[in-house]
Design a binder for this molecule. Sequence first.
Ligand SMILES: *Cc1c(COP(=O)(O)O)cnc(C)c1O
Length: 353
Amino acid sequence: MSRFWSPIVEKLVPYTPGEQPKHQSFIKLNTNENPYGPSPLALEAIRSASDDGLRLYPDPAAADLRAAIASTLKLDASHVFAGNGSDEVLAHAFNAFFSGRDPILFADITYSFYKTYCELFSIDHRKVPLTEDFQINPQDYIGSCGGVVIANPNAPTGIAMGLESIEQILQQNRDVVVLVDEAYVDFGGDSAVGLVTHYENLIVTQTFSKSRSLAGMRVGFAVAQPHLIEALQRVKDSFNSYPLGRLAQVGAVAAWTDWDWFDKTRNLVIADRDRTSDALKKLGFEVLSSATNFVFASHEHIPAERLLSGLRERGILVRHFKQEPIRNWLRISIGTTEECDALLEAIASIVGE
Ligand SMILES: *Cc1c(COP(=O)(O)O)cnc(C)c1O
């Protein structure tokens, strides 16, 4: 703390990202990165754009990328906003739609960045408890509020909710913005982007970090009706006109259009997720039904913190959250087939101790 800090900075509890070890080589199953690299076409596009053109500022509107995404979704580019990771898109959305309103609603167990943005932008919020079995119940999102944020599939539970539940929440909250964060949707969720033309209060965010294996490039986007997209653009152009560099823009366009790579790699992840879930159950774990590239698991006898340190000693990083009621759970990202095997072997040895 310093006497020069603003009262907001003094109170901030910044988001804590999973560890990125610098020196030791771990099997990293702690930050939901994709174990398979980005599309080779994306890497080629980035390489060939690495030239003298980098002296020039990039396209501030990321028009090619927005057009590519819009064309897949059978929408106009005016329905798409691109940002420096979906975290930045979320920040702009919180600022644009929730600031200065009644408390917004989100689940008590969800992506912890939502709370951080509320603190940063002085947005009131109310945490809505999940049901006993870690589900989001749309009935709990009724009544006056300043907006609703839903991660679907939810993190760190991995559980997806059906589009009829999303629609129920949209219909119950017609006068405020409902934001659906679909960071993991490509691994098994149903996307709400098809509802955008029907609901003027819906905004959907997605990312290139997970299913397109470009976490290191920082590209995310939002889909909504043009009146909401315009608000995001106003915030962006009051903050940083050039959130996406030239390499990120060309890389993202190439990654977006390489559907073969996308399908091949996500299917590998999905198959290993289901296999890993089954194997963990046989080792005595409760495993939630996952529609993501991670599993959320709790052992019937062995405390999560002991598994966490036992895995670390064996060179494997997974994620643990200290908060109740998920203190005894671990979030395990799905790695390559070999990494999943190594994980299961390490856990079997801890269980057998
Ligand atoms: C990973 C993640 C994001 C952010 O992804 P970016 O890398 O910033 O695009 C957003 N929401 C959830 C729930 C996530 O898990």
